[in-house]
Design a binder for this molecule. Structure first.
Ligand code: ATP
Ligand code: MG
Length: 245
């Protein structure tokens, strides 16, 4: 049974169809890539799946056997679905450790304070944020460390599935390499990953299936090598601001 099933999901902003009857399935244990030009609806797709900040106008979304398209964001999180955001998102005036603790308490309720602290430490270890930085304010971190922190806040929810929105944006090549290793490590822990990325080499090296969105519609889904060679995909990418690399 797929872990996530998205069936004919649509979302409009006024007359703009940001998502138009989008359907796909993600199997447990895989890394599923999503590509597409700027404004093609990638982040909107994550918004409607997680209910943060809004659900879809129409369509059906089933996560781990449960229909979620009308559920509130926190209830979806409690089922085991976590996300990160395109822009680094954290409580700037809280420390690194406090950020992860808050997120773990939100996403995985009914744990004891000891379990929450242990979970936060484990999440920070997984993303490689050293203990010397746990007491720093989030606003003091570098771009890369802020991305790692955001990842740790999602990992602290101990999700079954993690949705990552452009984790490599704004990173240097060596940092991108480190991020690829990090995402593999999280996947190896048994977390199913859906990954939005503009950097196609990043998607190619990680994903088993690749979906390309174009103007709110699914252009194609398949094996990454075939998808990248598809003339319609090349055409959709040509002339876009962030060119595929
Ligand atoms: N809250 C909103 N209100 C109005 N329009 C929106 C809203 N969110 C997104 N849009 C519009 O919907 C379309 C899809 O946006 P979205 O952010 O999902 O694209 P994207 O594929 O993530 O783009 P990028 O690669 O630049 O991140 C765009 O035209 C965008 O301007
Ligand atoms: Mg986006």
């Amino acid at each position: 049974m797929p872990l996530l099933e998205v069936e004919s999901v649509s979302k409009a902003f006024g007359s703009l169809k940001a998502l138009d009857k989008v359907s796909f399935k993600v199997e447990p244990g895989e890394i599923f890539g999503i590509a597409g030009p700027n404004g093609s609806g990638k982040s909107t797709l994550f918004n409607v799946i997680t209910g943060i900040p809004f659900g879809p106008d129409s369509g059906r979304i089933v996560f781990d056997g449960v229909e979620i398209q009308r559920k509130a964001g926190h209830k979806i999180a409690w089922l085991g679905l976590a996300r990160t955001f395109q822009r680094e998102t954290s409580f700037d005036k809280l420390t690194v450790f406090e950020n992860v603790l808050v997120s773990g308490a939100y996403g995985k309720p009914n744990r004891s304070p000891e379990e929450e602290r242990a979970g936060a430490l484990e999440a920070l270890d997984i993303v490689g944020l050293p203990r010397s930085r746990h007491g720093r304010l989030a606003e003091e971190l570098s771009v890369f460390d802020r991305k790692c922190l955001m990842l740790a806040t999602a990992v602290a929810m101990q999700p079954k599935m993690l949705l990552l929105d452009e984790p490599a944006s704004g990173l240097t090549r060596p940092e991108i390499e480190t991020s690829i290793g990090l995402i593999r490590r999280i996947a190896d822990l048994g977390v199913t990953i859906v990954l939005i990325e503009h950097v196609l080499t990043f998607l190619m090296s990680l994903s088993q299936h690749l979906l390309v969105l174009n103007q709110g519609e699914v252009l194609t889904i398949g094996n990454p090598k075939d998808v990248i060679a598809d003339a319609r995909v090349i055409e959709a990418y040509l002339g876009t601001r962030k060119a595929a690399v």
